[in-house]
Design a protein around this ligand. Structure first.
Ligand code: DGY
Length: 320
């Protein structure tokens, strides 16, 4: 008998075929995210849970409703929707998909910074509206990029920025050993806010980073600063960002993530002239999403076979 698993959304043909070969799959196909009651009901006899994206909340209530659950895998690197400590307490390994999405997410992050500084999206809007004229931007060359959260994606963004002739400064909880090699200078958080011409936020959402960018932080930035968020919307206080943009305390924002998310079409942020918003597409390429789905399936199948998950967040309960 194949183990029963719950799949919370659409996945890709090859990873899906692999999952089906080994498991009895119950898949939510929409519309919208799987309702909580449905998820809890399906989990009553499931041994595995494969979460697509981060729309479900895994907490003690969900884990108690799933007495047979042996492994949870999520296709995504961020896991702010998962109570990892609760999974560990139940002895359930949780796997995510780091690594495979680094280059795609770095491209998108650097891409929205580039588009904001050179007004690429505004130029295209004008051409399409039959109002052909120049839109003036700002040089990237010679500017200082401040990266908050210099993990793998931050490092990949830094490489792209260096190729455009930017200086790199960064702030992390701990300094990176190899920052000399990367040509990136470690600075304090306040130093980052004050010195950077552009700030890119890539820090994971946690109790510490939630709401980290508010009025005080925007007040410290240059009034010519470009602000990019590609991590999680809740790292930024949306009202404070709105005020900073409206009052020209900073020059421009480019956001791939928002709070709330999705951002409603009539949200005041969208009426501002100095903002670019994309719909959380950092990892959204065919190749990358396929690799993420494959790694998530491999995590799930490893856990079901009581073998080490290739990418396990709570390694103390990984099968090693
Ligand atoms: C991630 O992998 O965490 C991305 O933000 C997509 O959810």
């Amino acid at each position: 008998m194949k183990p029963k698993v719950v799949l919370t959304g659409q996945t890709w043909p090859i990873p899906y075929a692999k999952l089906q070969e080994h498991c009895d799959v119950r898949q939510w196909t929409g519309p919208g995210p799987i309702p909580r009651e449905q998820l809890l009901e399906w989990l009553e006899d499931a041994e595995g849970l494969l979460s697509v994206g981060h729309s479900i909340k895994v907490d003690e209530e969900l884990l108690s409703a799933a007495p047979k659950l042996r492994v949870i895998a999520q296709s995504g690197v961020g896991y702010d929707n998962i109570d990892v400590a609760a999974c560990t307490k139940k002895g359930i390994p949780f796997g995510n998909t780091p690594g495979v999405l680094v280059e795609a997410t770095a491209d998108l992050t650097f891409g929205i910074l580039l588009s904001a500084m050179r007004r690429i999206h505004e130029g295209w809007d004008l051409v399409r509206a039959n109002q052909w004229r120049e839109v003036m931007g700002t040089d990237l060359y010679g500017k200082t990029l401040g990266i908050y959260g210099m993990g793998d994606i931050g490092t990949a963004v830094a490489k792209r920025a260096k190729a455009s002739g930017m200086q790199i400064i960064y702030h992390n909880r701990t300094r990176k050993q190899d920052d000399d090699q990367l040509g990136a200078k470690y600075v304090s958080f306040d130093g980052l806010l004050e010195e950077a011409d552009c700030i890119v936020v890539l820090v994971p959402l946690s109790a510490q980073s939630k709401g980290m960018f508010g009025k005080q932080q925007f007040d410290r930035m240059k009034n010519t600063a470009y602000f990019v968020n590609a991590s999680r919307g809740q790292v930024v206080q949306t009202d404070a960002l709105y005020d900073a943009l409206k009052q020209n305390k900073i020059a421009y924002a480019a956001l791939d993530v928002t709070d709330p998310e999705p951002l409603p079409g009539d949200h005041p942020l969208l009426a501002l002239p100095n903002i670019l918003v994309t719909p959380h597409i950092g990892s959204a390429t065919y190749e990358t999403r396929n690799s993420m789905a494959m790694l998530a399936v491999d995590n799930l199948l490893a856990g079901l076979a009581e073998k080490p998950l290739p990418a396990c967040v709570n390694s103390s309960v990984n099968y090693i």
